[in-house]
Design a protein. Structure first.
Length: 234
């Protein structure tokens, strides 16, 4: 029996909430709505959603904080849907664990396309809970990455990465010693369907290096190749 994707749509504007939920239900999704951050977090604590569509400017707990708390507990994809469309807002949203960012006003077909892309990509991702599944294991520069269990360690020290950071490191480790362009990293870690600027890669690489260094890894193991991209040193 085919699984019906469960979506949580969070927005304090009734017109947008109704517009988005109506059109997504027409596509066959099971849609739950919330009008503020506290309600969204309460729903997420009792229901396993396949995707969260999240406004930023919410009463009480804002969308950025909702995303941070969701990320602390799991890997549910988050699509920001916001009137705040500056480059800084987009970078912050992606930096804290958002998977995509769509500015208001938006076309419903573009939203539907992004929802499908995120759900498709998440379905192809190995499970990170409920036990491990078969997957490759890579070991380079003292770092061990298990794609099946989504675990990264340096010696006995676990390295806690967001899903995006994990995908970036996995891509670099699969191609250790090879220079990868930002476009290649975007394709592997985000997917071509997701509209993200290449400079977003730089932001995530910096956060990845910080976490590697905190675990005792030389952060320069992720080398910058000026004007092209990045390489994992071997």
């Amino acid at each position: 029996m085919q699984h019906t994707s469960r979506l949580l749509v969070v927005d304090d504007e009734d017109a947008i909430l109704e517009f988005v939920s109506f059109n997504l239900r027409k596509e066959g999704y099971d849609v739950t709505t919330a009008r503020d951050g506290d309600q969204a977090l309460a729903l997420a604590a009792t229901t396993e959603f396949d995707l969260v569509i999240l406004d930023i400017m919410l009463p009480g707990v804002d969308g950025f904080e909702v995303c941070r708390r969701l990320r602390a507990k799991g890997d549910v994809p988050v699509l920001f849907l916001s009137a705040r469309d500056t480059e800084l807002d987009k970078v912050v949203g992606l930096e804290i664990g958002g998977d995509d960012y769509l500015a208001k006003p938006f076309g419903i077909r573009e939203l539907q396309a992004r929802v499908k892309a995120l759900l498709r990509r998440n379905a192809a991702r190995p499970a990170s809970h409920g036990g491990s599944v078969a997957g490759d294991v890579f070991e380079t520069a003292g770092i061990r990455l298990d794609e099946g269990s989504h675990e990264v360690t340096h010696g006995k020290t676990p390295i806690d990465l967001t899903p995006r950071e994990f995908e970036l490191l996995a891509c670099l480790m699969r191609n250790a010693g090879t220079v990868l362009s930002r476009d290649q990293l975007l394709r592997d870690a985000w997917g071509w369907e997701i509209v993200v600027e290449t400079k977003t890669v730089d932001t995530h690489i910096k956060r990845l290096r910080d976490k590697l260094e905190a675990a005792g890894v030389d952060p320069d193991v992720v080398e910058t190749v000026r004007g092209y991209g990045y390489r994992l040193a071997i």
